[in-house]
Design a protein around this ligand. Structure first.
Ligand SMILES: [Mg+2]
Length: 267
C-alpha cells in the first residue's frame, strides 16, 4: 500500500443513522404536498385534490420504481425520480401540467429541507476536522441529501452525489472521479462505508483500502485483503493509526481506548 493520502466517505449509515430521517422525510414531504396543495386549491375556488387519500404513498413509490425501470440511467437519481413521480400523480388527478410540475418541485424543496435533518454521530465533526489536516477528504453518496448544506461540508475537498452523475455505487466511476479530483491513486486512499456491495466491494476492487462500518447484524466474514471491519466510525482513528502511524500522520484519536484495541502494526 502507498502512503495514505486521502479518505473517501459514504454518508448515510456511516456518518449518521439514516433510518428515522428517511421515514420522516418520505412521509413529511408527501403530507406537506397534499395539504398545501389542497389549501391552495381552496383559495382558487377549486375542489381539494386529496392526493394522499386518492393515490397515496404506495402509488408514489410504485411510480418511482416504474420510472427507474423505464429510465435505467436515472435509477440512482432519486430526486429526479421523485419529482417526476409526483408530477405524474398530480396530472393523474387532473392538475394542469404546469401546476403539477411547479408543485412537484415545491414538494422536493420540502423533501430537501427534511432530508437535511440528520444527526451526525458526535465524533464526526471533530474527526473530519482532525483528518482534514493530514489527508484529502471526499464524500461519495448514493443519497440525495443536499451536500453543500451539510454542517461539515467545508471539511470535504470533493463531494459527489453518485446518483446524480448517473453512476450510483457500486459503479466505480464516482470513486474514480473523487480520486481524480484529489489527484490521488486508489492505492493511496481509504474508503469508509457501511454497505458491503456499494462501498466495500467496488473500493476494494479498485485497490483502495476499505474501512467497513459493519452493520450490527452482519455475520462474521472472511475479509478480502485491504478491508478492515469496524463497529463504528469512531473506531476510524485507531485504524488510521495502524495504516499511517501517529508520528507520520499527526492524527489524534478521539477514542482513548482505541490504541489498546488496535495496537500499531509491527514495523
Ligand atoms: Mg451508507
Amino acid at each position: 500500500m502507498k502512503r495514505l493520502q486521502a479518505l473517501t466517505f459514504d454518508l448515510d449509515d456511516t456518518l449518521w443513522d439514516n433510518r428515522g430521517v428517511m421515514q420522516r422525510t418520505e412521509h413529511g414531504h408527501y403530507a406537506w404536498l397534499s395539504q398545501c396543495l389542497d389549501a391552495w386549491q381552496q383559495t382558487q375556488g377549486g375542489e381539494p385534490l386529496q392526493l394522499a387519500e386518492r393515490l397515496g404513498l404506495a402509488d408514489y413509490q410504485s411510480r418511482r420504481l416504474q420510472l427507474a425501470q423505464t429510465h435505467a440511467l436515472r435509477r440512482g437519481d432519486f430526486t429526479w425520480l421523485r419529482e417526476r413521480a409526483l408530477a405524474e400523480q398530480l396530472q393523474t388527478l387532473k392538475l394542469p401540467r404546469s401546476s403539477a410540475i411547479m408543485w412537484a418541485a415545491a414538494a422536493m424543496d420540502e423533501f430537501r429541507r427534511l432530508r437535511l435533518e440528520v444527526t451526525p454521530h458526535p465524533e464526526v465533526a471533530p474527526l473530519l476536522a482532525c483528518l482534514g489536516q493530514r489527508f484529502k477528504l471526499a464524500a461519495i453518496t448514493n443519497g440525495n441529501i443536499h451536500l453543500a448544506r451539510l454542517p461539515f461540508a467545508s471539511h470535504f475537498n470533493v463531494m459527489i452525489a453518485a446518483g446524480e452523475m448517473l453512476a450510483p455505487k457500486p459503479d466505480p466511476r464516482p470513486f474514480l472521479a473523487a480520486l481524480a479530483r484529489m489527484g490521488v491513486a486508489p492505492s493511496a486512499a481509504l474508503h469508509v462505508g457501511d454497505s458491503w456491495c456499494d462501498d466495500v466491494l467496488p473500493a476494494q476492487r479498485l485497490g483502495m483500502q476499505v474501512a467497513w462500518i459493519a452493520p450490527l447484524q452482519a455475520p462474521p466474514l472472511r475479509l478480502p485483503s485491504g478491508v478492515h471491519r469496524l463497529a463504528h466510525v469512531s473506531d476510524l482513528p485507531a485504524l488510521i493509526e495502524r495504516l499511517a502511524p501517529m508520528s507520520r500522520s499527526g492524527v489524534t484519536t478521539t477514542d482513548p481506548g482505541a490504541a489498546t484495541r488496535y495496537p500499531p502494526l509491527p514495523a
